[in-house]
Design a binder for this molecule. Sequence first.
Ligand SMILES: [Zn+2]
Length: 603
Amino acid sequence: MSYLVLARKARPQTFSQVIGQRPVVTTLRNSIIRNRVAHAILFSGVRGVGKTTLARIMAKAINCQAEPAERPCDQCLSCRQIATGSSLDLYEIDGASNRGIQEIRELKEKIRFLPTSSQYKIIIIDEVHMLTTEAFNALLKTLEEPPAHVYFMFATTEIHKIPITILSRCQQYELKRISAKELYDHFLQLVTAEGFTIDAPALSLIVREAGGSVRDGLSLLDQMFSYGEKNISNQDVVEVLGLVNRDVLMRLTKALLDGNRSGAFLTLEEIFDFGMDLKRFVEDIMDHFRTLLLCKIEGCTQLIDLPGEELMDFQNLAAGYTSETVHLKLSLLMTMAEDLKFSPLPRLTLETSFLKIIEAANVVPVSTLLGHLDKILATLPTGPVPLQDILQAETQVETKKKIDSEAIKVSVEAKSITSATEKPQHPDILPPPSSPAPTPTALPATAAETTQPVTPPEAAADLQEAKPVEIRPHEKDVRKDWPDFIKYVKERKVWMAQDLQRADSVKQDVTGELHLTYSDPANCMVLRQKENHQLLTELVLDFFQKPLKVRFIVPKIDDTPDANGDESPHRKRQQLANDPLVVMTAEIFNGQIGDIRIGPKSR
Ligand SMILES: [Zn+2]
């Protein structure tokens, strides 16, 4: 007894048996009923979504002897001949192996004659994009004036490779990937029909692997049937098909989100032991995070193509984290995927990247921080009310984001000020002299929802005017944070950091200017060029979060030629920097001019 593979055995024979593709099926069916079938039809879409299946069903329907609404009946002589492959009027051509002009000429020869047993001759060309240009040209003439007794059905996975002249003469149908739900239901039905049972996670795994292609899914099922177990378990699928268990991926996802180092590393070990394809694994884990992110975005769950139970697992997991956290970690995974492409030590890259992801602590949304602040501010008195001198409300919320070893730290501090006369303790909350301080009455409505009054009872004893609170983020100090600034610059422009390091002193003067003193003007010559100066000013603004005018303090240059009539070194350097050859070299290598050293003259 010969074994018929599932993909052939389960091939739909009528329109109603087609999986998915409802809009296309409806249109085709109507074209049969109304007798308005185009003489050339092109089906496009990824593999295994039913292109040739639909072409064959159409071939049957066109020649079927039943009532139009019943076609294809799958019972009449023509239908049976097509189903068994014995029809003399159906030509199925594989475009990949019959791609030349000679084959098309032979085909044209064949269609010159009227059909033998059916009403129409049907030509199905699969992978039609493989035809040569000459073959397409030869075909074009026929498509322009197709004989009344001939219908063409084309199928392609690469519609963009088909000449526009051909496309414009075809009625086109784009077939979609089959949704996970449709595949799941279809496969479950087949499994039962074959006398097997399958665990839900096992079937989900096969559906995931199929990636929207019925044929791919069926060949996986075939493998499972050959394995022989009457009940197909998740473990069987994992072992037979060489897939990573979904549970393992879920565990890893959770470990990365929870910042669970050992969990992540042990799971990674499991995955390596399993010998999973790395690229595939990284894609899978990113896909997990993408699904979680979609769960966090309102109204986006319909974009998640997963069977119901699995979707619920994702939604439950997503509920425990903010969308900011999921987003941040997904971005880091994407960086990791990029790094892996060039890594000679993929495992090490994975491990270090995982550490980075784990260390990117949970992110608190800014809105939450502001909410905290509102609550604190709401506890402050709204007008001139009694206040004791030891009144304090302090909260400190910190959020950390670490991206690529660069830490962005947002620290918000709020402190109530005891009285107008008393000096504030914290320099960071000094009110700026000019800007008006926000008054508590101007607070948002949520501020009223305070649950935490912090005024001690004895506060009523002292009658003094309350001062509105001032909040300012932690400011960086030019002198104190200068080394950090150089590091910051180094990550962006190495040469600029080097030039900055050569400065003899750095200070911020009273007017807010940033003074960089260089005893040797050559050390800052490139830095002083207009665009570099501008870039430096921008970096200063980015880092110190305040606009500082950058000024270079250099000794006065003697530009007069020396006794030998030679030009001063300063001018020479300037000339060299502007030399077209130097400028071009810098451009070609996308570099910057660093040091310019003037050696002894060549003679
Ligand atoms: Zn029929």
